[in-house]
Design a protein around this ligand. Structure first.
Ligand code: CA
Length: 453
């Protein structure tokens, strides 16, 4: 792993950790504390005890972390609606994480050490943790990717002062806008919620597709999702990329607008995932499948638009996101006021959890993991040699086989179970294509990149 330690230095992550401490205070003060865990209803208990002995989980207890953004909804709903309990997982603790750095720290120690067994992750964090790139002392903590939580539901928000400058999905004034800001000593600052993970990839992709080099023409920084609104208010950042409801809240609070939905950058794109410590899964294969079954039922429930009002109400609660339900509901119904006069009203552009135009959302495609690793190579976060071994690494971390088994056991129709681990060729808004059989060709086709291919 040449050069990796330099690029992924501990120093960089200490800087992130500094921001984490503030984020944690904010969460405690404004977003409530992690929900009470001992709330399993009588009916759920009855269903759980009716499970056949063969399906009975080895353990009923697990601790899963989440971040208060729409990606977490299937985990919260599986708990709240008793889907986890239905499959015997009666003691699932859904634990709010102050930020992604805390989630990483907590999975490093596991629930036995007071941390978490797994939960919600941005890609490629489960890979970076498995390979010891972002852990203390570079310790390798093997993880398994088990399911995709959602697609879409993310956006790029821009501070109000940039209104009227032609910053949409296409950036009209790219030739001068960023250079002028830089020479005026006011460099454009774009924030993401964890370095070198998908939120940063979306903002980088959008800028680079518009001819803006994110490494040279702007400044990238990391801010916890819950603090992004405050930072935009105080003018310490110009743009950020994160999950709903935060970008939309910027519009509602009239402090900014949305240049693009991630659904516009890459329709039906891979977003966040359920991943767990491999040692927990290896020790509890039945409990893992029970979790997957509960999750899949929750994803189906979340994708029924008739449930989205209730979904918004549950998530908006003090013990979860602690935001007004309407900032969740409108984007959930595919209604986006982009804040710059543009509106979107299309349910296919909303956050989806179970099915999209390309098929199943929950199934974790290996081809998508490969894109995240390839994009990491593109920006120099991972060495180019990663590509030569990528499929081997993906086979180790991605456990789509467990997803398939769980889906079959719970009676998911064969038509809803993907037949290939690859979703095939993907296309982005700028016409660039990613063919998972030839990631190098994708890298070669990109004009702005760090890697030399
Ligand atoms: Ca996200």
């Amino acid at each position: 792993m040449v050069d990796f330690s330099n690029q992924f230095s501990r120093r960089k992550f200490l800087l992130t950790a500094g921001a984490s401490a503030v984020g944690s205070v904010f969460l405690k003060g404004c977003l409530g504390n992690p929900p009470d865990t001992a709330t399993t209803s009588q009916t759920q208990q009855v269903v759980a005890t009716n499970l056949g002995a063969a399906d009975k989980p080895e353990i009923t207890k697990v601790k899963l972390g989440y971040i208060p953004i729409v990606e977490a909804a299937p985990l919260i709903i599986a708990k709240e609606k008793g889907f986890f309990a239905k499959y015997g997982m009666t003691e699932v603790d859904i634990s709010k994480q102050a930020n992604w750095g805390s989630a990483r720290d907590n999975v490093e120690i596991g629930s036995a050490g007071g941390g978490i067994d797994g939960g919600q992750w941005q890609m490629p964090m489960p890979y970076l943790i498995s390979e010891g790139y972002i852990t203390k002392g570079n310790q390798k903590i093997p993880m398994y990717v088990l399911a995709q939580l959602n697609t879409q539901g993310n956006g790029i928000a821009i501070a109000s002062k940039h209104k009227g400058k032609g910053m949409g999905l296409q950036i009209a004034s790219k030739g001068t806008l960023f250079a002028q800001a830089k020479s005026a000593g006011n460099e454009f600052k774009a924030a993401n919620t964890f370095p070198h993970a998908n939120q940063e990839f979306w903002i980088r992709y959008w800028l680079a597709a518009n001819g803006v080099d994110p490494d040279n023409e702007i400044q990238l920084l990391t801010v916890p999702a819950s603090q992004t609104v405050a930072n935009m208010k105080t003018g310490t950042m110009d743009a950020f990329s994160t999950g709903d409801p935060w970008p939309y809240r910027i519009v509602k609070d009239k402090i900014g607008f949305m240049s693009a939905l991630t659904a516009e950058i890459w329709k039906n794109h891979p977003e966040e995932y359920l991943a767990m410590r491999a040692d927990w899964v290896d020790k509890h294969p039945k409990a893992t499948k029970a979790l997957l079954k509960g999750l899949m039922e929750a994803q189906q429930w979340c994708d029924n638009f008739d449930n989205r009002k209730e979904l918004s109400q549950i998530l908006s609660g003090r013990n979860y996101f602690n935001v007004p339900a309407e900032v969740l509901l409108e984007p959930y119904m595919g209604k986006y006021d982009m804040g710059d006069g543009r509106t979107i009203d299309d349910r296919k552009m909303a956050c989806l959890y179970w099915k999209d135009e390309k098929g199943n959302v929950s199934y974790p495609y290996k081809s998508h993991d490969l894109w995240f690793l390839t994009e990491s190579v593109r920006w120099g976060f991972l060495p180019e040699s990663t590509l030569a071994n990528a499929n081997k690494l993906i086979d180790k971390v991605n456990r789509e086989d467990l997803w398939r088994e769980a889906a079959k056991e719970m009676g998911i129709p064969a038509a809803d179970i993907p037949t290939s681990t690859s979703r095939g060729v993907e296309e982005f808004f700028d016409g660039i294509k990613f063919d998972p059989t030839n990631p190098k060709a994708y890298l070669q086709s990109l004009k702005i990149k760090k890697v030399k291919v």
